[in-house]
Design a protein around this ligand. Sequence first.
Ligand SMILES: [Cu+2]
Length: 158
Amino acid sequence: MPRLALAAALLTVLAAGPAPPEGSEARIEAGKLVILHPWSRATAAAGASAVGYLSISNTGTAPEHLLGADCAIAGMTMLHATTRDGAVARMRAVESLPVPPGGTLTLAPGGNHLMLMDTKEALAPGSHFACTLRFATQGPVAVEFAVQPAGAAAKAPM
Ligand SMILES: [Cu+2]
């Protein structure tokens, strides 16, 4: 295959992204909250940090706040916000993230995310792990994160 055609074919594959694994189209409803597509990225070894992404819509009329999450596979799970300082992206821990009435909080690559510190096992592509999200009003909500390949980008149908 000529090199250009090969490059074009590769680009097509990359643009399409990996097919979401079974279960990653998850939709969880809890009270006025609709949680879509919790997903994560594969990691190579136990002890690594992992990420958690998802979107949370508030169909109600009262404000809600995501306070964090508890994940059995992680030593500690933190809520992180990413801010840009010029060309440098920095993560910082935040106490909570708002889910405004009629609005959506999106945790996605390059932005807000759950940071799973000190994972107890490597995350294999296609596997799942459970976390409990903590909300100020709604309280605990159980979700399952679908682990995508390490290079997976924000292609998610969120
Ligand atoms: Cu982080």
